[in-house]
Design a protein around this ligand. Structure first.
Ligand code: CP
Ligand code: NVA
Length: 322
């Protein structure tokens, strides 16, 4: 049953011209609207019906870190919407040689209709958005990965038929971009969330406080623990992410030891609900944060999740630009 959320229940929110930096900037109704739009766009694409809502529009995509899914899904998404995307590696543009973010923002705003950036510091994205006169989309920072989590919510909705009241458990690095965006996204749509991570790797305190405040309004609950078994009890959705994120490669050996008992494996998943689904934003390290048995097993929906990046991002682009 996929009709738990109907667009007709909401007034169409005004998102034109806004930035998409983190999910906490958006109202629950706006997130539900984007999910509904994503499902409509997915339907059109599957039926082979053209949907050139962004004819003639151009997206500039700045990448300071590697990417497979984000780059390809944004590029294909713009093409399917009738527009065009330009890949701008920081190795090749002047930003990588020290040109300022503000000058880059002002110049690119004269050419493109929207910018997407994947970078290290969240402050860089905020600075780009501050100086740009076109919408800026966060394609991942050290702090947040909001476009991924919109795709995750779409995947959960498709597989579970609803979002509100479900329990999502994240086991792993609680202080990374995925954990933070999952906390914001889950709580916005009324899901319960538990995060299990080793001591010293709990989520950012300011985000935790903010999310706990939001949870009071949406009827969600937030559990932050160091105990994976406590966190995963009766979970509908189990999520993990790499133990070493991009930019942390120097800490790989230390992290392998610290996170050893935070692996998502068959023994741990025995405590989740029988019909749980498993999500991972990918790329994954089989044998580290998750066993092959789980990520390639019957509960895993990771490739639906990867596909949904395309549909969720088309909904974002359409809302900000059309
Ligand atoms: N999940 C994700 O953002 O993948 P990429 O790093 O390949 O873009
Ligand atoms: N936490 C991971 C996500 C990759 C999509 C990283 O930042 O490397």
């Amino acid at each position: 049953m996929l009709n738990a959320i109907k667009i007709s229940e909401y007034d169409e929110p005004e998102m034109h011209g806004r930035d998409f930096l983190q999910l906490s900037d958006f109202e629950t109704e706006e997130i539900l609207y984007l999910l509904d739009e994503a499902r409509e766009l997915k339907k059109l694409q599957k039926q082979g019906k053209p949907h050139p809502f962004l004819s003639g529009k151009v997206l500039g995509m700045i990448f300071e870190k590697s990417s497979t899914r984000t780059r390809v899904s944004f590029e294909v998404g713009m093409l399917q919407l009738g527009g065009h995307a330009i890949f701008l590696s920081s190795k090749d543009i002047q930003l990588g040689r020290g040109e300022s973010i503000s000058d880059t923002a002002k110049v690119l705003s004269r050419y493109v209709d929207c910018m997407m950036i994947r970078t290290f510091s969240h402050k860089s994205v905020e600075e780009l958005a501050h100086h740009a006169t076109v919408p800026v989309i966060n394609g991942l920072t050290d702090l947040q990965h909001p476009t991924q989590v919109l795709a995750d919510l779409l995947t959960i909705l498709e597989h579970k038929g609803n979002l509100t009241g479900l329990k999502l458990c994240y086991v792993g690095d609680g202080n990374n971009n995925m954990a933070h965006s999952l906390m914001e996204g889950a709580v916005k749509v009324g899901m319960h969330i538990s995060i299990a991570s080793p001591e010293g790797y709990s989520p950012n305190q300011a985000i935790t406080d903010h999310v706990k405040g939001m949870a009071k309004q949406t009827g969600s609950s937030v559990l932050i623990t160091h105990n994976p078994i406590e966190a995963i009890q009766n979970a509908d959705v189990v999520v993990t992410d790499v133990w070493t994120s991009m930019g942390q490669e120097d800490e790989t050996d230390k992290r392998l030891a610290v996170f050893e008992s935070f692996q998502v494996n068959k023994e741990l998943c025995e405590y989740a609900k029988k019909d749980y689904i498993f999500l991972h934003c990918l790329p994954a390290h089989r044998g580290e944060e998750v066993t092959e048995e789980i990520i390639d097993g019957p509960h895993s929906v990771v490739f639906d999740e990867a596909e949904n990046r395309l549909h969720a991002q088309k909904a974002i682009l359409k809302a900000l630009l059309s």
